[in-house]
Design a protein around this ligand. Sequence first.
Ligand code: ADP
Length: 487
Amino acid sequence: MKKDKLISKRHLKSVRITVWIYFFIFIISILVLMWFTFSVSLESNYKRMKISNIFDVANYILTDWSAEEFTDGSLDKLAYDNDMCILIQDAYGNVVYSCDMLAGNCLIHGRVGLNKYRALAMENPSGIYYSEEKNPRFNTELMLFAMVLGDKSDPGGYIFLNTSLEPLNSTIGIINRQIIIVSAMLLILGLGISYFLARLIETPIVRIIKSAKKFGEGDYSAKFDGHGYTETEILADTLNYAAEEISKVDSLRRDLIANISHDLRTPLTMVKAYAEMIRDLSGDNPEKRREHIGIIIEESDRLAALVNDILDLSKLESGTTELNYSSFSITKKIHEIMGRYTLLSEQNGYKFFVTTKSDFVIEADIIKMEQVLYNLINNAINYTGENKTVYITQLIKDDDTARIEITDTGKGIEPELLPLIFDRYYRAEKSRREVIGTGLGLSIVKQILKQHNFKFGVRSELEIGSTFWFEVKGKVVGEYKEGDDEE
Ligand code: ADP
């Protein structure tokens, strides 16, 4: 029900219909404007032009005023060009020039009104009289112009001009017909263009919608294709990026669930088994009970470590963790961490030898590098031999590189296993219960060092020990002060 509503809403706002509507409005506006221009403004513009023409012609006659001038035909042309009747009288009222372009529609040729207009021009202080008149015979609008030539007290003659103020009907008819044809063509063309335009705009969007539907149904291989427009291309790129990230997270989630359920089962079984054992058998035997509870605690620790490591590694591998770079002394960091192991060395007899000659400052993520050091030192402690000795050495390789080595004196790692130990969940001695480990520590180290672009590796000799190393980029800032070796 809700979905149907959404769909019907979507149809109402579809790009195609919207483009159609707007284009249609656009065409109608053009047509209205065109009709308005031709029907309304044509008449008023025509009128204005005619009035201005009358004054131009009057001016022309005035400047070139001399009876001889009229014989050269220039006035005839003027009358013809402007569709105008011209009549010029001398001071006594004799016609010296006459050109009749309006025939029956004219108000000055052969009409009694001429004397009236002359009198009106004489009455006017400027000697000019003009007005819009109506021809009573045809009911047409005309412009009448009368002017006294020379001084009014001694007039040199009179000019009478008369022109029609209405556009010729035939012209208007032709224009109207043209407008109708043009309007119809514009309408058909507009509808056609708007249809194709709507489809053109719609196509990449529809393509993206199809992919989004597939993606929504769980098909993470769906690719968004928005070619056609910059905007749709950017949208498709953004969606592709988002889809990639979502599918990454999804596969990570699947992986994580599979691994977690697999890895959690063993310690959980142990916890349950030993708890049952305490309940049924060893509950009353304090010594056995302590031992079994010890195992439960150990397994719980393993569980906690496993969960933490899984989360850390998942984040690192998905590339969702950004490195938080800062400048710090790796030398001081090593000493600080080793300081925290004092209790272990005091209680369990471990011996740590830290050798750092120079104080080396690097640009790196301090928390992540701490994690690397902790993981490698913990491994060294876990796997070192009977003499419980671990060496941490900082060597300056060249001006900008320092090499940190963590060496134990344990059993070492078999050469064929060396390439595998940085892999996820790899544990060389899976049955070994005395070492609490998840098989993820070195994968975390690898991911962090790779993200920093720091080189790393391991060398190992059976029954002698292993050395895990990594190289950091930075610079020496001086001697390390607190002594070279620390126990
Ligand atoms: P774990 O939690 O098992 O230590 P790691 O990823 O840290 O997981 O190490 C993977 C495997 O590599 C270990 O199980 C162990 O077999 C081997 N390993 C790591 N460090 C050492 C070391 N210092 N000496 C010998 N073997 C090691």
